[in-house]
Design a protein around this ligand. Structure first.
Ligand code: SF4
Ligand code: SF4
Ligand code: F3S
Length: 266
Protein backbone atom coordinates (compact mmCIF):
# COMPACT_ATOMS: atom_id res chain seq x y z
CA UNK A 1 0.00 0.00 0.00
CA UNK A 2 2.91 2.33 0.64
CA UNK A 3 5.10 1.31 -2.32
CA UNK A 4 4.85 3.88 -5.12
CA UNK A 5 3.62 2.53 -8.46
CA UNK A 6 6.38 1.83 -10.97
CA UNK A 7 6.72 4.84 -13.32
CA UNK A 8 6.47 3.90 -17.00
CA UNK A 9 7.08 5.95 -20.14
CA UNK A 10 5.73 4.36 -23.36
CA UNK A 11 7.07 5.78 -26.63
CA UNK A 12 5.40 5.35 -30.02
CA UNK A 13 7.61 5.52 -33.09
CA UNK A 14 7.14 3.85 -36.49
CA UNK A 15 4.32 1.46 -35.63
CA UNK A 16 0.66 0.67 -36.25
CA UNK A 17 -0.44 0.84 -32.56
CA UNK A 18 -1.68 -2.75 -32.55
CA UNK A 19 0.85 -3.58 -29.83
CA UNK A 20 -1.04 -1.11 -27.61
CA UNK A 21 -4.32 -2.56 -28.88
CA UNK A 22 -3.16 -6.03 -27.89
CA UNK A 23 -1.97 -4.88 -24.46
CA UNK A 24 -5.28 -3.28 -23.51
CA UNK A 25 -7.03 -6.60 -24.22
CA UNK A 26 -5.07 -8.58 -21.65
CA UNK A 27 -7.56 -10.18 -19.29
CA UNK A 28 -5.32 -12.25 -17.01
CA UNK A 29 -3.97 -10.10 -15.54
CA UNK A 30 -6.64 -7.62 -16.58
CA UNK A 31 -5.01 -4.49 -17.95
CA UNK A 32 -7.07 -2.08 -15.81
CA UNK A 33 -5.47 -3.58 -12.68
CA UNK A 34 -2.01 -2.99 -14.11
CA UNK A 35 -2.63 0.58 -15.20
CA UNK A 36 -4.57 1.61 -12.10
CA UNK A 37 -2.74 -0.36 -9.38
CA UNK A 38 0.65 -1.65 -10.47
CA UNK A 39 2.27 1.00 -12.65
CA UNK A 40 2.02 4.71 -13.19
CA UNK A 41 1.74 5.02 -16.96
CA UNK A 42 2.91 8.62 -17.10
CA UNK A 43 3.30 8.99 -20.85
CA UNK A 44 1.72 7.18 -23.75
CA UNK A 45 0.25 9.13 -26.64
CA UNK A 46 -2.36 6.41 -27.20
CA UNK A 47 -3.84 5.97 -23.74
CA UNK A 48 -3.20 9.19 -21.81
CA UNK A 49 -5.79 11.92 -21.42
CA UNK A 50 -3.30 14.73 -21.95
CA UNK A 51 -1.94 15.71 -25.34
CA UNK A 52 0.51 18.20 -26.87
CA UNK A 53 2.60 20.32 -24.47
CA UNK A 54 0.79 18.90 -21.44
CA UNK A 55 1.74 15.34 -22.41
CA UNK A 56 5.36 16.25 -23.07
CA UNK A 57 5.53 18.06 -19.72
CA UNK A 58 4.26 14.90 -17.96
CA UNK A 59 7.02 12.88 -19.58
CA UNK A 60 9.72 15.36 -18.61
CA UNK A 61 8.46 15.44 -15.02
CA UNK A 62 8.77 11.65 -14.78
CA UNK A 63 12.20 11.62 -16.42
CA UNK A 64 13.45 14.24 -13.94
CA UNK A 65 11.85 12.85 -10.79
CA UNK A 66 12.51 9.15 -11.39
CA UNK A 67 15.87 9.21 -13.15
CA UNK A 68 17.28 5.68 -13.14
CA UNK A 69 14.01 4.23 -11.84
CA UNK A 70 11.42 4.35 -14.61
CA UNK A 71 10.76 1.68 -17.20
CA UNK A 72 10.82 2.76 -20.83
CA UNK A 73 8.49 0.86 -23.14
CA UNK A 74 8.99 1.37 -26.87
CA UNK A 75 6.50 0.48 -29.59
CA UNK A 76 7.81 0.89 -33.11
CA UNK A 77 11.07 1.04 -35.01
CA UNK A 78 13.29 4.09 -35.38
CA UNK A 79 14.13 5.51 -38.83
CA UNK A 80 17.72 6.58 -39.38
CA UNK A 81 17.16 7.84 -42.94
CA UNK A 82 16.78 11.54 -43.77
CA UNK A 83 18.38 12.49 -40.45
CA UNK A 84 15.53 10.74 -38.63
CA UNK A 85 12.91 13.05 -40.09
CA UNK A 86 10.59 10.25 -41.22
CA UNK A 87 9.21 10.04 -37.68
CA UNK A 88 8.96 13.13 -35.51
CA UNK A 89 7.01 13.74 -32.33
CA UNK A 90 6.79 17.06 -30.50
CA UNK A 91 9.35 18.60 -32.84
CA UNK A 92 12.00 15.92 -32.28
CA UNK A 93 13.01 12.89 -34.27
CA UNK A 94 12.27 9.43 -32.89
CA UNK A 95 16.04 8.91 -32.69
CA UNK A 96 16.54 11.98 -30.52
CA UNK A 97 13.52 11.15 -28.39
CA UNK A 98 14.63 7.56 -27.84
CA UNK A 99 18.12 8.58 -26.74
CA UNK A 100 16.67 11.14 -24.33
CA UNK A 101 14.10 8.88 -22.74
CA UNK A 102 16.44 5.88 -22.58
CA UNK A 103 19.18 7.85 -20.79
CA UNK A 104 17.41 7.81 -17.41
CA UNK A 105 15.57 4.50 -17.78
CA UNK A 106 16.21 1.56 -15.50
CA UNK A 107 15.40 -0.86 -18.32
CA UNK A 108 13.68 -0.88 -21.69
CA UNK A 109 10.89 -3.10 -22.94
CA UNK A 110 10.83 -3.29 -26.75
CA UNK A 111 7.27 -4.16 -27.70
CA UNK A 112 6.54 -6.07 -30.86
CA UNK A 113 8.46 -6.96 -33.97
CA UNK A 114 8.81 -3.27 -34.97
CA UNK A 115 10.85 -2.46 -31.86
CA UNK A 116 12.70 -5.79 -31.73
CA UNK A 117 13.59 -6.39 -35.39
CA UNK A 118 12.18 -3.53 -37.48
CA UNK A 119 9.18 -5.51 -38.80
CA UNK A 120 7.35 -4.29 -41.89
CA UNK A 121 9.08 -0.90 -42.05
CA UNK A 122 12.47 -2.62 -42.21
CA UNK A 123 11.35 -5.01 -44.96
CA UNK A 124 13.16 -4.55 -48.26
CA UNK A 125 13.84 -1.89 -49.44
CA UNK A 126 13.47 -0.36 -45.96
CA UNK A 127 12.83 3.16 -47.32
CA UNK A 128 13.16 4.95 -43.99
CA UNK A 129 16.24 3.08 -42.77
CA UNK A 130 14.23 1.60 -39.90
CA UNK A 131 16.15 -0.17 -37.12
CA UNK A 132 15.12 -1.88 -33.88
CA UNK A 133 15.78 -0.37 -30.46
CA UNK A 134 18.79 -2.54 -29.60
CA UNK A 135 20.67 -1.14 -32.60
CA UNK A 136 20.56 2.30 -31.01
CA UNK A 137 20.54 1.77 -27.25
CA UNK A 138 23.38 -0.49 -26.18
CA UNK A 139 23.97 0.53 -22.56
CA UNK A 140 20.65 -0.49 -20.97
CA UNK A 141 19.01 -3.84 -20.30
CA UNK A 142 16.41 -4.50 -23.03
CA UNK A 143 13.58 -7.03 -22.94
CA UNK A 144 12.67 -7.97 -26.49
CA UNK A 145 9.01 -8.97 -26.88
CA UNK A 146 8.55 -9.91 -30.55
CA UNK A 147 5.27 -10.58 -32.31
CA UNK A 148 3.10 -8.51 -34.59
CA UNK A 149 1.69 -7.78 -32.12
CA UNK A 150 2.80 -9.69 -29.02
CA UNK A 151 0.06 -11.46 -27.06
CA UNK A 152 -1.59 -9.06 -24.57
CA UNK A 153 -1.20 -11.47 -21.66
CA UNK A 154 2.50 -11.85 -22.47
CA UNK A 155 2.95 -8.06 -22.39
CA UNK A 156 0.99 -7.77 -19.15
CA UNK A 157 2.85 -10.72 -17.64
CA UNK A 158 6.24 -9.13 -18.34
CA UNK A 159 5.21 -5.85 -16.70
CA UNK A 160 3.79 -7.65 -13.67
CA UNK A 161 7.00 -9.66 -13.35
CA UNK A 162 9.10 -6.50 -13.28
CA UNK A 163 6.74 -4.87 -10.75
CA UNK A 164 6.52 -7.95 -8.51
CA UNK A 165 10.16 -9.00 -8.43
CA UNK A 166 11.87 -5.69 -9.17
CA UNK A 167 14.04 -7.31 -11.86
CA UNK A 168 13.85 -8.45 -15.45
CA UNK A 169 12.49 -11.88 -16.30
CA UNK A 170 14.98 -14.52 -17.44
CA UNK A 171 15.91 -13.83 -21.06
CA UNK A 172 17.27 -15.97 -23.90
CA UNK A 173 20.20 -15.03 -26.14
CA UNK A 174 17.88 -12.84 -28.25
CA UNK A 175 16.70 -10.93 -25.18
CA UNK A 176 13.27 -12.60 -25.16
CA UNK A 177 11.64 -13.77 -21.90
CA UNK A 178 12.18 -17.52 -21.75
CA UNK A 179 8.79 -18.05 -20.09
CA UNK A 180 7.02 -17.10 -23.34
CA UNK A 181 9.49 -17.66 -26.17
CA UNK A 182 11.34 -20.90 -25.44
CA UNK A 183 8.98 -23.13 -27.42
CA UNK A 184 7.91 -23.19 -31.05
CA UNK A 185 4.28 -22.62 -32.04
CA UNK A 186 4.52 -26.11 -33.53
CA UNK A 187 5.32 -27.60 -30.08
CA UNK A 188 1.96 -26.69 -28.58
CA UNK A 189 -0.21 -26.81 -31.70
CA UNK A 190 -3.43 -28.80 -31.34
CA UNK A 191 -3.07 -29.81 -35.05
CA UNK A 192 0.29 -31.45 -34.29
CA UNK A 193 -1.15 -35.02 -34.25
CA UNK A 194 -2.15 -34.48 -37.90
CA UNK A 195 1.36 -33.29 -38.74
CA UNK A 196 2.84 -36.36 -37.08
CA UNK A 197 0.40 -38.60 -38.96
CA UNK A 198 1.19 -36.94 -42.30
CA UNK A 199 -2.33 -35.52 -42.73
CA UNK A 200 -2.21 -32.09 -44.38
CA UNK A 201 -4.54 -29.54 -45.94
CA UNK A 202 -3.34 -29.12 -49.55
CA UNK A 203 -5.40 -25.94 -50.13
CA UNK A 204 -7.41 -23.71 -47.82
CA UNK A 205 -10.73 -24.99 -49.14
CA UNK A 206 -10.18 -28.71 -49.61
CA UNK A 207 -11.76 -31.50 -47.57
CA UNK A 208 -8.60 -31.88 -45.45
CA UNK A 209 -8.76 -28.22 -44.44
CA UNK A 210 -12.39 -28.72 -43.39
CA UNK A 211 -11.31 -31.67 -41.26
CA UNK A 212 -8.81 -29.42 -39.47
CA UNK A 213 -5.67 -31.12 -40.74
CA UNK A 214 -2.20 -29.59 -40.38
CA UNK A 215 -1.54 -26.36 -42.33
CA UNK A 216 2.15 -27.03 -43.04
CA UNK A 217 1.68 -27.42 -46.80
CA UNK A 218 -0.22 -24.13 -47.07
CA UNK A 219 2.69 -22.30 -45.54
CA UNK A 220 2.40 -22.58 -41.75
CA UNK A 221 5.64 -21.34 -40.15
CA UNK A 222 4.85 -22.81 -36.72
CA UNK A 223 7.78 -25.26 -36.92
CA UNK A 224 10.29 -22.38 -36.98
CA UNK A 225 8.47 -19.75 -34.90
CA UNK A 226 9.02 -19.19 -31.18
CA UNK A 227 5.92 -17.84 -29.43
CA UNK A 228 3.29 -18.84 -26.87
CA UNK A 229 0.25 -18.69 -29.18
CA UNK A 230 -0.61 -22.39 -28.85
CA UNK A 231 -0.65 -22.18 -25.05
CA UNK A 232 -1.96 -18.72 -24.18
CA UNK A 233 -3.90 -18.01 -27.42
CA UNK A 234 -5.49 -14.63 -28.11
CA UNK A 235 -8.46 -12.56 -26.95
CA UNK A 236 -8.46 -14.08 -23.49
CA UNK A 237 -7.49 -17.55 -24.67
CA UNK A 238 -10.25 -17.81 -27.28
CA UNK A 239 -8.29 -18.63 -30.43
CA UNK A 240 -5.15 -18.00 -32.48
CA UNK A 241 -4.31 -17.88 -36.20
CA UNK A 242 -4.02 -21.66 -36.67
CA UNK A 243 -7.29 -22.27 -34.83
CA UNK A 244 -8.91 -19.79 -37.21
CA UNK A 245 -7.73 -21.82 -40.20
CA UNK A 246 -4.68 -19.76 -41.22
CA UNK A 247 -1.10 -20.93 -40.86
CA UNK A 248 1.31 -19.12 -38.57
CA UNK A 249 3.13 -16.45 -40.63
CA UNK A 250 6.03 -16.33 -38.16
CA UNK A 251 5.17 -12.87 -36.89
CA UNK A 252 7.57 -13.17 -33.95
CA UNK A 253 10.50 -14.29 -36.12
CA UNK A 254 13.25 -11.98 -37.38
CA UNK A 255 12.56 -10.43 -40.77
CA UNK A 256 9.46 -12.53 -41.36
CA UNK A 257 8.21 -10.17 -44.07
CA UNK A 258 11.29 -10.90 -46.21
CA UNK A 259 11.64 -14.55 -45.26
CA UNK A 260 9.38 -15.93 -47.98
CA UNK A 261 5.73 -16.32 -48.85
CA UNK A 262 3.23 -16.79 -46.06
CA UNK A 263 1.54 -19.47 -48.20
CA UNK A 264 4.36 -21.70 -49.43
CA UNK A 265 7.19 -23.61 -47.79
CA UNK A 266 9.89 -21.53 -49.51
FE1 SF4 B 1 1.94 -2.93 -35.29
FE2 SF4 B 1 3.18 -5.25 -35.56
FE3 SF4 B 1 4.61 -3.07 -35.17
FE4 SF4 B 1 3.16 -4.01 -33.15
S1 SF4 B 1 4.90 -5.04 -34.11
S2 SF4 B 1 3.25 -1.85 -33.81
S3 SF4 B 1 1.39 -4.86 -34.26
S4 SF4 B 1 3.31 -3.49 -37.00
FE1 SF4 C 1 2.86 -27.32 -36.88
FE2 SF4 C 1 1.53 -25.45 -38.25
FE3 SF4 C 1 0.86 -27.98 -38.54
FE4 SF4 C 1 0.34 -26.70 -36.26
S1 SF4 C 1 -0.58 -26.28 -38.27
S2 SF4 C 1 1.20 -28.75 -36.45
S3 SF4 C 1 2.14 -25.37 -36.12
S4 SF4 C 1 2.84 -27.04 -39.14
FE1 F3S D 1 2.12 -14.75 -34.92
FE2 F3S D 1 2.24 -17.29 -35.57
FE3 F3S D 1 1.28 -16.61 -33.24
S1 F3S D 1 1.67 -15.59 -36.88
S2 F3S D 1 0.29 -14.67 -33.67
S3 F3S D 1 3.40 -16.32 -33.96
S4 F3S D 1 0.55 -18.27 -34.52
Amino acid sequence: ETTPRLPVIWEHFQECTCCSESFIRSDHPIVADIILDKISLDYTLTLMAASGHQAEAAKKATMDKYKGEYILCVEGSVPLGADGNYCCIAGKSALETLKESAAGAKAIIAWGSCATTGCVQAAKPNPTGAVPIEKIITDKPIINVPGCPPIGEVMAGIIVHVVTFGRLPELDSAGRPKAFYSKRVHDSCYRRPYFDAGLFAETFDDENAKKGYCLYKVGCKGPSTYNACGNIRWNGGVSYPIQSGHGCIGCSSNNFWDAGSFYTRD
